[in-house]
Design a protein around this ligand. Structure first.
Ligand code: BG6
Length: 491
C-alpha cells in the first residue's frame, strides 16, 4: 500500500549552516527523499549558505556524500539524485559582518516564490541572520523562517530570542521545530485519540491510573560536548520533546486540526502543569549522570571521562520526573517522565495504564489480573499495543493471561517510515504550523522547567551516578515504586 504524495508549490530553501551537521545528517537527506517521491514542483531550489568558502560544485559534492552516507542504498535512485543535486547552489555568507547577503539576494532574485530560511546554526546567531535577512530586504510575504531548539536556556533567554526574531518575522512566519512532532507515531497519537470513539471516554482521571513517557537513548555525548554540558537532559529533552508528548496525550480535543486550535489546547496543558518548587524537587525529580559501563555490546566511558575534564560537572544526562496536571481531566493522575543517555536500550514510548477492575469474579487459580495498558511505541518498531487480559487457551480451567493486541506500523504498512524532517519541511513549505511550537508554548514550557532548574541549583541536588547500559539511577525506580507502580518493561 503506498500513500499518495501531493506535490508542493515551488520553493527556495535557504539553509544557513548548510555545511553543518544538521544539514548533512538530516536536512539534505530529507529533501532528497522528497525529490525521490516527486514532491517538488518546478522550479524548486536549495541554497546552502554558511561561512565556508565553497563553490556550487563543492556544495553538491558535500550533499552527494551526505546522501550516500545517510540514505539507505536501496533508496538511492541515480537519476533522482542527479536531479536533486542540480537544484543545489551555494553562497558564502557571514552573519556577523553581513558579507555575502547581497549575493544571496541576487541568487534569490525578485520572485515571490515561497522562501524558507532554515537556521541550522547555533542560537547565538539566530538574531544576526534574521536581522541581516531583513536589512537586505530578502523577506517577502511568502517567506518563513525555521528555528531549531534550543530556544533559550530558561524563560528569560527564550523571551529575548523570541523578541529578536519577532522584530523581523510575524509569528505566522516563524516555524519553531520540534522534530518529535514530526514522528509518525506521535501523529498517530492524534489519530488514535480523535479518530476513534473507543478511548476518549476512558481518557481521564476516572479510568487512567497513570501515564509513563520514556525516551531512552543508548548514545552518549556524541560530538556535542560544549552544547550538552551547558544544557543537560532537562533542557535538551524535557523542555521540548517530552512536554510536547505530554501535551498530545493530555490535551482536550481541539475544534479542528487548525494550527492555532491545536496549539491553544496544548498551551492549556502546559499552563496546568503543577509547579515543582524547591521543597518538592527532591521528591518529584531525579537527576542522573552516566558512569562507565557497557553499551551496544562494548565498554563505554563515563560522562566525565568523555568530557575530558576533571571539573566535576554536575550536568544531568538522565532525568525522571513525576509531573501532575492540575485540571479536571487529569487531577491526581501522575505523569512519570524519564529520559536519559547511555541507557539499556533505545526506546521511546508512552504508556497509558488504566485503573484495575473494580472487583474480580475469578478465584486465585485464575492468577493476577493486570490492569489494561495502552503502549504507544514511537521508536524503534513504531506501533501501538493494547494489553488486555484473556483466558489462557486450553482445558486448564479459567487461567488468565495478559496479551497485547499488536498493531505494528512497520509490518502492517509495507512502506519506508519517512524521517520526521521530511514531513516537517514539507509543512513549512505548505505554511502549516500545526506541528510547530508557538511562542507562548515554548515560554510556558520554560515557565514549568525554570523552577526545577532553580530548585536543583539552590538545593544542590546532585546528579546521581548510574552505570552505562542500565535504566538510570536507582532513585528513578524508587520514584515510581514509592507510589506502588513500576516502570513498564520497555524491551
Ligand atoms: C535532540 C537532542 O533534540 O533529540 C539529542 O538534542 C537527542 O540529545 C535527540 O539525542 C533524540 O532524537 P531522536 O529522534 O533520535 O529520538
Amino acid at each position: 500500500m503506498t500513500s499518495q504524495i501531493i506535490p508542493v508549490a515551488p520553493f527556495d530553501f535557504i539553509i544557513f549552516g548548510g555545511t553543518g551537521d544538521l544539514s548533512e545528517r538530516k536536512l539534505l537527506p530529507a529533501l532528497y527523499h522528497r525529490q525521490r517521491d516527486h514532491q517538488f514542483s518546478e522550479p524548486t531550489r536549495i541554497i546552502g549558505a554558511s561561512r565556508s568558502k565553497m563553490s556550487d560544485e563543492d556544495f553538491r559534492a558535500f550533499a552527494r556524500k551526505s546522501i550516500t552516507e545517510h540514505v539507505k542504498a536501496e533508496y538511492i535512485d541515480k537519476a533522482e539524485l542527479e536531479k536533486f543535486l542540480s537544484r543545489l547552489s551555494y553562497v558564502p555568507v557571514d552573519a556577523k559582518s553581513g558579507d555575502g547577503f547581497d549575493k544571496l539576494k541576487k541568487a534569490l532574485g525578485e520572485s515571490d516564490t515561497i522562501r524558507v530560511f532554515y537556521l541550522a546554526v547555533a542560537p547565538g546567531i539566530f538574531g544576526d541572520i534574521s536581522h541581516k535577512v531583513k536589512e537586505h530586504k530578502l523577506i517577502t510575504a511568502n517567506s518563513r523562517i525555521v528555528v531549531e531548539k534550543p530556544i533559550g536556556r530558561d524563560l528569560e533567554s527564550a523571551k529575548v530570542l523570541n523578541d529578536i526574531i519577532a522584530e523581523d518575522f510575524g509569528e505566522d512566519q516563524i516555524f519553531r521545530i520540534d522534530h518529535y512532532l514530526g514522528k509518525e507515531t506521535v501523529q498517530n497519537l492524534m489519530a488514535l485519540r480523535f479518530a476513534n470513539a473507543l478511548y476518549e471516554p476512558l481518557w481521564n482521571y476516572a479510568h487512567v491510573d497513570h501515564v509513563q513517557i520514556t525516551v531512552a537513548e543508548t548514545v552518549g555525548l556524541e560530538d556535542r560536548v560544549t552544547y550538552y554540558d551547558t544544557a543537560g537532559a532537562l533542557r535538551d529533552m524535557v523542555q521540548n520533546h517530552m512536554l510536547q508528548l505530554v501535551c498530545l496525550v493530555a490535551m482536550e480535543a481541539p475544534a479542528s486540526m487548525d494550527a492555532n486550535a491545536v496549539r491553544d489546547e496544548k498551551l492549556k496543558v502546559l499552563n496546568s502543569l503543577k509547579r515543582i518548587n524547591g521543597l518538592e524537587a527532591p521528591k518529584s525529580t531525579v537527576r542522573g549522570q552516566y558512569r562507565a559501563g557497557a553499551s551496544s555490546g562494548g565498554p563505554v566511558k563515563g560522562y566525565l571521562e568523555e568530557l575530558g575534564s576533571n571539573n566535576g560537572s554536575n550536568t544531568e544526562t538522565f532525568v525522571a520526573i513525576k509531573a501532575e496536571i492540575a485540571n479536571w481531566r487529569w487531577a491526581g493522575v501522575p505523569f512519570y517522565l524519564r529520559t536519559g543517555k547511555r541507557l539499556a536500550a533505545r526506546v521511546s514510548e508512552i504508556v497509558i495504564e488504566f485503573k484495575p477492575i473494580p472487583h474480580s469474579i475469578f478465584n486465585d487459580m485464575a492468577g493476577p489480573i493486570q490492569p489494561n495498558q495502552l503502549v504507544i511505541r514511537l521508536q524503534p518498531d513504531e506501533g501501538v499495543k493494547q494489553f488486555i487480559m484473556i483466558k489462557d487457551p486450553g482445558p486448564g480451567g479459567m487461567r488468565l493471561r495478559q496479551i497485547p493486541l499488536d498493531m505494528s506500523f512497520a509490518t502492517s504498512f509495507n512502506e519506508r517510515a519517512p524521517d520526521a524532517y521530511e514531513r516537517l519541511i514539507m509543512d513549512v513549505v505548505r505554511g502549516n504550523q500545526t506541528l510547530f511550537m508557538r511562542r507562548d508554548e515554548v515560554e510556558a514550557a520554560w515557565r514549568w522547567v525554570d523552577p526545577i532548574l532553580r530548585a536543583w541549583e539552590d538545593g544542590r541536588q546532585e546528579a546521581q551516578g548510574y552505570t552505562s547500559g542500565t535504566w538510570g539511577p536507582s532513585a528513578s525506580i524508587a520514584l515510581i515504586e514509592r507510589d506502588g507502580r513500576t516502570w513498564h518493561e520497555s524491551v
